[in-house]
Design a protein around this ligand. Structure first.
Ligand code: SF4
Length: 376
């Protein structure tokens, strides 16, 4: 009998389905992970190099900024050579929306709040996007909310963000254009969560989740995990971008980990390690770090337990595919619940890595990951 898929907290909210190039976005598709390049888009080689790194990390869709004509000129080469769909990110200048569509970008992100006379141009944008099969993201952002809405609400409340998004959605729909997703980003996870909940009730649009300007890696990871976790656990969210003041590959790693934690993406390597305490008879932090580093890049769904003593050690180690319970200067190595050997403390890391590689050889890489097992 085929194994049942792992349980999730809620079924996905039903949405219409759109395409961002080859990637489906909506409730019929897996939740995708996005990031954004930090290179000058006009530097085609540097941008493609960063996109390649993002692709190797597991990014599904990449966004590039397009603030100048030089950047717009670079879009055709980037869109053509990128291994994953490229979204052009457009603020202020409507002419770049059309340039990005002409360039063959998979999608265009528009910020209706700061594109000059945006509403008057929706008809043209919808027609051009439809002709080229380009999808759109209506990207409403707390920091650049439409003046009319700001005048009405005074600040970027959840209701204000949603009113702006729903209004823009209605304009596209009036022009018979339906291939768009929506985001309503705010830097405060509480406001952001409420905005997405309201938006999810207002229509069947696929939703792109993001906490904007979430901060440096530690704070941004927590804010995004809390906000996305809340929404995704209710089935809300079809594509995600974790915004960090950190290299974009870190955003992808966090995004993937959030989805894996909620069983919304197959789990790859998972290290189960104890927090250590006064009973620990080994340096658990060092051990867990060394094992994690040694297994980095492994794409198989292997669960490795690294435990500091015999209280929970043998139990957790037994539940995992591979594990160690440490004590008295030694490590009991477990494979599939059985103790296969006991090694001196100095050999624990080496033995775990060796056994992990042996187990990985007989396992299928997780779907969507790099095809081969690579251990650095
Ligand atoms: S496994 Fe042992 S060392 Fe680790 S937290 Fe539990 S009791 Fe402490």
């Amino acid at each position: 009998m085929p194994a049942l898929p792992p349980p999730v907290l809620s079924p996905r909210r039903r949405t219409r389905q759109i395409k961002v190039g080859s990637v489906g976005v909506g409730s019929d598709s897996p939740i995708s992970v996005q990031s954004m390049t930090t290179t000058l888009t006009s530097d085609v080689n540097a941008t493609l190099q960063q996109i390649a790194e993002l692709t190797a990390t597991g990014c599904d869709i990449v966004r590039v900024a397009c603030p100048s004509q030089d950047d717009a000129d670079a879009l055709p080469a980037i869109a053509q050579k990128s291994q994953i769909p490229v979204i052009a990110d457009i603020h202020f200048q409507p002419k770049y929306v059309f340039a990005a569509i002409d360039a063959g970008c998979a999608a265009v992100r528009v910020n209706p709040g700061n594109i000059r006379k945006f509403d008057d141009q929706v008809k043209e944008i919808a027609r051009a996007a439809k002709d080229r099969g380009t999808s759109i993201r209506i990207g409403v952002n707390a920091g650049s909310l439409d003046k009319r809405i700001m005048d009405k609400y005074g600040k970027a409340t959840p209701e204000a963000l949603v009113e702006s998004a729903v209004w823009e959605a209605s304009l596209f729909e009036e022009h018979d254009f339906h291939d768009f997703k929506i985001s309503v980003k705010h830097n405060d996870p509480v406001v952001m969560v409420r905005a997405y909940e309201l938006l999810a009730e207002a229509g069947d649009w696929p939703l792109h989740l993001g906490v904007t300007e979430a901060g440096p890696a530690f704070q941004g990871t927590i804010k995004s995990s809390v906000a996305f976790g809340h929404l995704l656990s209710k089935g809300i969210g079809d594509t995600i971008r974790v915004s960090l003041s950190a290299p974009p590959v870190e955003e992808v790693k966090v995004g993937l980990q959030i989805l894996e934690s909620l069983n919304l993406k197959p789990r790859r390597l998972e290290i189960v390690s104890c927090p250590s305490c006064g009973r620990a008879q080994v340096d658990v932090y060092k051990l867990a770090e060394e094992v994690t580093a040694g297994l980095e890049g492994m794409e198989v769904p292997l669960r490795v337990a690294v435990m500091g003593c015999v209280v929970n050690g043998p139990g957790e180690a037994r539940e995992a595919d591979l594990g160690v319970a440490s004590g008295n200067g030694k490590g009991q190595i477990f494979v599939k619940g059985e103790v296969i050997k006991t090694v001196p403390e100095s050999m624990i890391v080496e033995t775990l890595i060796e056994e992990a590689m042996r187990l990985a050889e007989g396992m299928e890489p997780v779907e969507g990951s790099e095809a081969s097992v690579s251990v650095s």
